[in-house]
Design a protein around this ligand. Structure first.
Ligand code: SAM
Length: 209
């Protein structure tokens, strides 16, 4: 069914049956792999949901802003941060990231599957503009994969084309004079406990200046 990924939609998701499962996950493996070697600084997790990634970053020494349009998600995220003992290192910000502007730039701007009610690549442009010189942009998103099936055991998750992108379309928007692309990867993985295969696109880039 067609719908808009607006605040009403996301509030409904975070107040609905799937919220507990969505909020219970481990930090995204792409984040853990890509960020492990970086020196902690300030970070923005855009569309942080229930906070698994923001809390993981905080435990690694990052000073994190977790921003999401759904206040219910941020309440779950704050509980997770408290349980992990890192509340002091995370600020939870209710924000519509299609219009919000930060007060300062971040050493790391990351997002994991956030897809607002605007073109996905335009959203990634916004996130890129919030990275400080020398900082890192890490985009983990739904891969546009033209219905490629999952493996035999797992149902393949197919988000709408408007909510997905490819490594080529993302990196084409990153001006090589301004960005060094470190990772541009397309992959699929099974979701533990979900019985589904997700198709991921991962782009990491460093801002030159
Ligand atoms: C698919 S969920 C992913 C949540 C989390 N990053 C994760 O990987 O589990 C997408 C998240 O983006 C948030 N989101 C969607 N549109 C947004 C917007 N315009 N501004 C801020 N957050 C938004 C949703 O509320 C939701 O928490």
């Amino acid at each position: 069914m067609e719908h808009t990924f607006d605040q009403e939609y996301w509030d409904g998701i975070w107040q609905g049956d799937r919220a507990a499962a969505m909020g219970a996950g481990e930090p995204n493996p792409h984040l853990v792999r890509e960020v492990a070697e970086l020196t902690p600084g300030t970070a923005l997790d855009a569309g942080c949901g229930a906070g698994a990634e923001a809390v993981w970053l905080a435990t690694r020494g990052w000073r994190v802003t977790g921003a999401d349009i759904a206040t219910e998600a941020l309440e779950r995220a704050a509980e997770r941060a408290a349980a992990a003992g890192v509340s002091a290192n995370v600020t939870w910000t209710p924000a519509d990231l299609s219009t919000w502007e930060p007060d300062s730039r971040y050493d790391l701007v990351t997002t994991h599957y956030a897809h607002p009610a605007m073109p996905q690549l335009d959203f990634y442009d916004r996130l890129a503009s919030w990275v400080a010189p020398g900082g890192t942009l890490l985009l983990v998103g739904h891969l546009h994969h033209d219905g490629t099936p999952g493996d035999h055991e797992h149902e393949s998750v197919e988000p709408p084309a408007s909510a997905s992108a490819t490594a080529a379309t993302i990196t084409a928007r990153l001006d090589p004079d301004q960005w060094e692309v470190v990772t541009a990867q397309e992959s699929q993985r099974s979701m533990p406990g979900h019985g589904t295969t997700v198709h991921d696109v991962v782009v990491r880039a460093t801002r030159r200046h």
